[in-house]
Design a binder for this molecule. Structure first.
Ligand SMILES: [Co+2]
Length: 206
């Protein structure tokens, strides 16, 4: 039996450090030691990442709805397209997939929880769950129904498996009856889940 009572070993006992955690610590300490980054730079970057929500993604979607040329470049080369809106998503490759009357797209990371964080913020817990990760691939239509999204049998459902190198964002369909809305009003309609593909964008005129 272990009798050590230092705080450090207590921490180690609760969760063993994984290979990737060691790798992260080693790289981080090396970057700081070589003067490439400061510890504060890293803290600030993490804080900024954690504070991000899905608003940037919603802005991108709204722009694509009102500007066909932007939409085209977004679908062809998303990182460059979002850069024209002043958004830098970093070195991660991003693919935007468009929902149409014929195709509905759904995003998952079967391996872990890869997610377009730079545009949507942190992934929801259900996205990281083993249940979603396995069922989204096996029975996407049932999963969609549980989110209240009934996709007709004539519509093809495409499931995209994200990786560390390639993230996806769904461009949802613009709802009918929104022709008079401004770009900001449109962006306000676009919720996180619709950009993962588990819901559609709704609009009800009052
Ligand atoms: Co992943």
């Amino acid at each position: 039996m272990k009798t050590s009572s230092t705080n450090e070993s207590d921490t180690n006992n609760t969760a063993p450090t994984t290979y990737y955690q060691f790798l992260e610590i080693s790289v981080r300490e090396l970057l700081i030691e070589k003067g490439v980054l400061s510890a504060e730079d890293i803290r600030n970057a993490v804080k900024e990442m954690d504070s991000r929500g899905p608003e940037l993604g919603a802005q991108v979607v709204a722009r694509a709805w009102v500007d066909p040329q932007f939409k085209q470049s977004l679908l062809q080369d998303a990182p460059s397209a979002v850069k024209t809106l002043g958004l830098d998503i970093g070195p991660v490759q991003l693919l935007v997939v468009e929902n149409t009357p014929e195709v509905h797209n759904l995003i998952v990371c079967t391996l872990c929880s890869c997610y377009p964080r730079s545009l949507l913020g942190l992934p929801p817990d259900w996205y990281k769950s083993r249940e979603y990760r396995s069922r989204a691939v096996r029975e996407p239509r049932s999963v969609l129904l549980e989110f209240g999204t009934d996709i007709s049998d004539e519509v093809e459902v495409r499931v995209h498996d994200s990786t560390a190198d390639l993230r996806y964002l769904v461009l949802p369909q613009r709802p009918a009856g929104t022709g008079h809305l401004t770009e900001d009003e449109l962006a306000a309609l676009v919720k996180r889940d619709s950009m993962i593909g588990v819901t559609e964008v709704c609009f009800s005129a009052i």
